[in-house]
Design a protein around this ligand. Structure first.
Ligand code: FNR
Length: 410
């Protein structure tokens, strides 16, 4: 099933590092920096990988692994492997077909997709491409509860099976590659399609008075200053030199003022519970106490994640955080895992340490950049095949057996 061994060259490289290199060649330096980069000195990003190396699989023999079943049940739906597509914003930077290409690949491979709140394509368009393929919606909690409600309602109508609230990005991390390239995609109007397609956002946009007070040129200048002021808490002045103009800028400015609520607390979650009966998943949990609080607040699942090392440089690796969290809440909450998943062995280790399913992040973005829809299909096929082989070779026939598998800590 891996094309590379059947005489046909694979659509994109199988090896992650080669794939990353191919994606780098296909993308602008700014786009590649945005995707590949992490916060600060990228120490958390590095430890997301090193964390996996601290665990070793101990294969078992003579267990009749001729028939294997990697399927898992999540919120009442059965999936044929424990993989999902992580919510990734601004995919237009990787490929012109962006989320649409990913949705088509997800459908072909029957892998659930999590729509990003920062997507390049409105969720309704992706939903159409997905057909019956399961999907979740990832929410960034806006300062406007009306907007939150509207996004959640749209997600329900688009057939989403859960709402994933990302908690670790109420402020954008200190991403040095973007700062050095003076690049932030949102300031150029990228990755805000869920907003500009939203009726509540459009209403809020119209209510904005400032643009009517000034002529077109001053408008751009004033808006530029306002955008920078709104970001002043996160970035020093003067980093972002060239900005978009006109209406796009009005939308960008509104977006930067509204997309996230840093004042969010556990108490606010009851609002979301009132908005929807869908399962609620909290993404970005690293601390055992937060996992327990999630349970206390009636949350259905968590994503143990540090956002691929893009937020807190020096934070613990995601795989380091997983065992204690799984031990504390694994019986009560569905546990998703991401940050650093690159191979089938990584998936195996995450499941053995307590994850119900894993989210694949950068690998599929690189597949998209290097090969469009086919590239994403290839990456997903490789993950499934690699995981299936790792299962069998380690002596496991089912996910239940992977959960019981022996890992030793080096
Ligand atoms: C992300 N991630 C992310 N998460 C989220 O909840 N909403 C989003 O819009 C985005 N956008 C985004 C863009 C890019 C370019 C990257 C690399 C990541 C985080 C993502 O869902 C996931 O947590 C990480 O990608 C997992 O880490 P790895 O596997 O990429 O290392």
């Amino acid at each position: 099933y891996v094309r590379g061994v059947s005489g046909q060259p694979p659509a994109v490289p199988v090896d992650f590092c080669t794939l990353e290199q191919r994606a780098k060649e296909a993308m602008s330096p700014e786009a590649f920096g945005y995707v590949a980069g992490g916060a600060g000195m990228e120490r958390t990003m590095a430890s997301n990988r090193q964390g996996f190396d601290r665990w070793a699989i101990v294969p078992r023999m003579l267990r009749d692994v001729s028939v294997r079943d990697a399927s898992v049940e999540i919120f009442g739906t059965r999936y044929n492997s424990p993989h999902m597509l992580a919510p990734i914003g601004v995919l237009e930077m990787a490929h012109a077909e962006a989320d649409l290409a990913v949705a088509r690949a997800a459908r072909r491979e029957n892998v659930p997709m999590i729509f990003s709140n920062q997507a390049s394509v409105p969720m309704e368009d992706c939903a159409r491409e997905l057909g019956e393929t399961p999907r979740f919606f990832q929410l960034y909690w806006s300062v406007s509860n009306d907007l939150v409600k509207s996004l959640v309602q749209r997600a329900e109508e688009a057939g989403c099976e859960a709402i994933v609230v990302t908690l670790d990005t109420t402020l954008l991390g200190w991403r040095t590659r973007d700062l050095d390239l003076a690049y932030l995609p949102f300031l150029r109007g990228k990755g805000i399609a869920q907003y500009t397609s939203d009726p509540v956002f459009r209403r809020l946009l119209k209510e904005d008075e400032l643009d009517q007070e000034v002529g077109p040129e001053r408008k751009v200048n004033l808006s530029t200053i306002r955008v920078l002021m709104e970001l002043a808490g996160n970035y020093p002045d003067g980093f972002f030199k060239s900005l978009t103009s006109g209406e796009a800028l009005a939308a960008v400015r509104k977006f930067t003022g509204i997309y996230s609520r840093p004042s969010l607390t556990w108490e606010d979650l009851s609002f979301l519970r009132e908005c929807t009966e869908l399962p609620i998943v909290l993404k970005g949990i690293c601390h055992v106490e937060d996992a327990k609080l999630a349970r206390e607040h009636g949350i259905d699942g968590i994503v143990v994640s540090n956002h691929g090392g893009r937020q807190v440089d020096g934070a613990l690796s995601s795989i380091e955080a997983l065992p204690a969290i799984a031990e504390a809440v694994g019986d009560d909450l569905t546990i998703f895992f991401d940050s650093g998943i690159r191979t089938g062995a990584d998936v195996f280790k995450a499941v053995a340490l307590g994850a119900d399913a894993v989210l694949v992040g950068r690998p599929y973005v690189y597949g998209l950049a290097a090969g469009g829809e086919e590239g994403v299909v290839e990456v997903l096929r490789n993950f499934k095949a690699d995981f299936d082989l790792t299962m069998g070779l380690a002596g496991c026939r089912t996910i239940e057996e992977v959960r019981q598998a022996t890992l030793v800590e080096r």
